[in-house]
Design a protein around this ligand. Structure first.
Ligand code: BEZ
Length: 208
């Protein structure tokens, strides 16, 4: 069954580089950046692991816990982490799931048969503190993800929750935001006392 935006992220208990982890309990009150990669000791994956580690402060200040996954073993992950730290000049501190039996990859539909029947593609699930899936992205094996985009969508989701707004194309923190059509002008007057520009009745922009 496809996991859709708004679904509760399926729970699981699994071996990781930090010991056995029960997903819902581990995520606690944090957001989660849950991401899969095809295999340890491969070049694109090595750069992605290093990048995630180097952004640890950026994730932490957004209350986000990264969680990696591949179908390799804990032992392989731990050996590979040494390489990642060495080559990417960083320290991997977040857990990586060892999904040897493909149970979680299958549960989260990270195995795409035309890419591989034994290795995961590059899936991303952004999960909120209520355990709801808020965003999914899927990249093929040979294209590394854009981590600026990962942080940008987390910022957009968190701001949308806090301020009842939506974000326009290519939005960056500090840019104008959109008042959603579901918010009437009367409600908007309370929510956005600073006012807004009405480009069309359905397209209202403001700063928050
Ligand atoms: C890589 O991480 O470089 C990679 C892994 C699997 C297939 C293609 C690339």
């Amino acid at each position: 069954m496809t996991i859709q935006i708004g679904d509760i992220a399926p729970d699981f208990t699994v071996a990781t580089t930090d010991g056995t982890l029960s997903f819902h309990e581990w995520s606690d009150n944090s957001w989660v950046f849950f991401f899969s990669h095809p295999a340890d000791f491969t070049p694109v994956c090595t750069t992605e692991m290093g990048k995630t580690a180097s952004l640890s402060i950026d994730f932490e200040c957004r209350n986000v816990k990264p969680l990696g996954l591949s179908t390799d073993t804990v032992e392989e992950h731990l050996k590979w982490i040494e390489d990642v730290n060495d080559t990417q000049n960083t320290t991997v501190e977040f857990p990586i799931v060892a999904d040897e039996d493909l149970k979680i990859s299958r549960l989260y539909e990270m195995i795409h048969d035309h890419e591989s029947t034994t290795q995961a593609v590059r899936s991303v699930f952004i999960i909120d503190p209520e355990k709801r899936v808020r965003l999914t992205m899927t990249y093929p094996m040979n294209v590394g993800r854009n981590f600026s985009e990962v942080l940008r969508v987390i910022d957009a989701l968190q701001l949308a929750d806090e301020k009842q707004i939506a974000t326009p194309a290519d939005w960056q923190p500090g840019d104008k935001v959109i008042i959603p059509p579901s918010v009437s002008n009367a409600a908007a007057a309370n929510l956005f006392p600073q006012g807004w520009d009405e480009i069309r009745p359905y397209l209202r922009e403001t700063h928050v």
